[in-house]
Design a protein around this ligand. Structure first.
Ligand code: URA
Length: 211
């Protein structure tokens, strides 16, 4: 596993909220609220290196030079459908971000990811992309999503999830060693059904109450 390409966000607020999201008795309404709050904290970490520029402003007292973000164009790309749970919180913190969506399903015969939806902002080649999906499990669909996003040549790509498996991280970084992963936890392993252990179950079902 390439840990230099992965940041685990150990902030106590993130860890506390993640623990409540893991609990099987946490209802969807609470899960969604916690995911939105956690996503804001993840957004804070993933944007830590945004460049600043100084501008002249007037306070009620005097003039000063003060820092603002230096014209970065951010696009958040949600991997459907669970990515939308992270998207909402991130947009609250980065309201000027544009949004892209990518949908993939696993072909039951070949087990390879098949794209069913792909919509990005038009000026993608001038944009820095943050791809979001709560669970980096096998790593196959995340890696396929990144390959597809690379085909439209964005400036840069980062990947944000809530929980990663060691196996998923390894596969992801074999294919995309250039993409930094931000996660709140790296769990123990994947089970035979491709679920992260101990994990939190199916993130889409937890967010939308579909099970
Ligand atoms: N997707 C999920 O939602 N949960 C897992 O544990 C694995 C993949």
């Amino acid at each position: 596993m390439n840990t230099s390409k992965c940041t685990v966000i150990t902030h106590p607020l993130v860890q506390h909220k993640l623990t409540i999201m893991r609990m099987q008795e946490t209802p969807s309404s609470e899960f969604r609220r916690l995911l939105r709050e956690t996503s804001m904290l993840l957004a804070y970490e993933v944007t830590r290196d945004l460049p600043l520029t100084m501008v002249d402003i007037n306070t009620p007292i005097t003039t000063m030079k003060a820092p603002v973000i230096d014209g970065k164009k951010i696009t958040i790309v949600s991997i459907l459908r669970a990515g939308n749970g992270i998207l909402d919180g991130m947009l609250e913190l980065i309201p000027s971000a544009r949004v892209g969506h990518i949908g993939l399903y696993r072909d039951p015969e070949t087990l390879t990811p098949v794209e069913y939806y792909f919509k990005m902002p038009p000026d993608i080649s001038q944009r820095d992309i943050i791809v979001v999906d709560p669970m980096l499990a096998t790593g196959n669909s995340a890696a396929a999503a990144i390959s597809r996003i690379k085909s439209v040549s964005p400036l840069s790509i980062k990947f944000v999830c809530l929980i990663a498996s060691p196996e998923g991280l390894s596969i992801f970084h074999q294919e995309h060693p250039d993409v930094h992963v931000f996660t709140a936890a790296i769990d123990e392993k994947l089970n035979d059904h491709g679920y992260i252990v101990p994990g939190l179950g199916d993130a889409g079902d937890r967010i939308y109450g579909t099970k």
